[in-house]
Design a protein around this ligand. Sequence first.
Ligand SMILES: [Zn+2]
Length: 303
Amino acid sequence: VSGGLRVGLDIGGTKMLGVVVAPDGAVVAQAREATVAGPEGVLATATTVLDRLAAALDGALPPQVGIGFPGLVDHDRGAVSHAVNLGLGGDWLPLADLLAERTGAAVAIENDVRAATWGAHLISGEDDLGYLSIGTGLAAGFVLGGRLRRGAQGASGEIGHVPVDPRGAVCSCGQRGCLELSAAASALTAAWPTYGDASPAAAVFAAAAAGDLAAIAVRDGFCARVADAVRMVGLSVDPATIILGGGITDLGEPLLAAVTAALRAQAARSEFLAAIGLAARVRLLPAGVPAAAIGAAMIWDAR
Ligand SMILES: [Zn+2]
């Protein structure tokens, strides 16, 4: 029954999404649970999601599980640490072995942005791409010549923590003026607070579309900083395609339009930038496709 099926688990600070992926990339089952923090909570939540997926497949979990994890990942040892949103500190948790014991499956773990990057590679068919994850934080991932870039210390793509403003606020990482302070969703939340369930990002974009001048200024300022992140990816790695993902891309085409407008404005002031054509290389992930969970499921194939 489970021939060729893979399981992917996208572990987030508030929820975990598990998917079963067929060999052709189609998602054939899903399960979602609210994340319980702490080492035992993370393990218990992950086990529950995997049990639910097994139940959806008549009781048998496919033999290979891949996990996208929001923190430091030692891919070779299957261990994780430093995940503030999950209540995990500096101690290494051997999550792959612990989950393998509980489920009987073989488990591979990758950083969540790199898992999403691998998913973006599979979904788009692009072999040379930079993936920009814009959510609560900001990070990039790279597939170069069909290979996933992990980095010597697992820090490849952590461009959210490149300091860009010497007079900026101190970041959670301890440095001052990091890019993620102005180019992640938290920047919109700070600039345009909403109350209740409304998303600040959606509220800013809706008000801007309705002509609110203050909202237009916030939207365009934010998108100029996202354009800076695109420029950083373009000028450091020069990938053929740059794909925007992460929670902020729920905004859809209006986000892409504002970011490409900012890139064109930057290029209008620089023949050098105009010559490399970044605006034409930026794309959005298709809406509603769980790239991180799909990428995690297929992470066994990543070289
Ligand atoms: Zn930082």
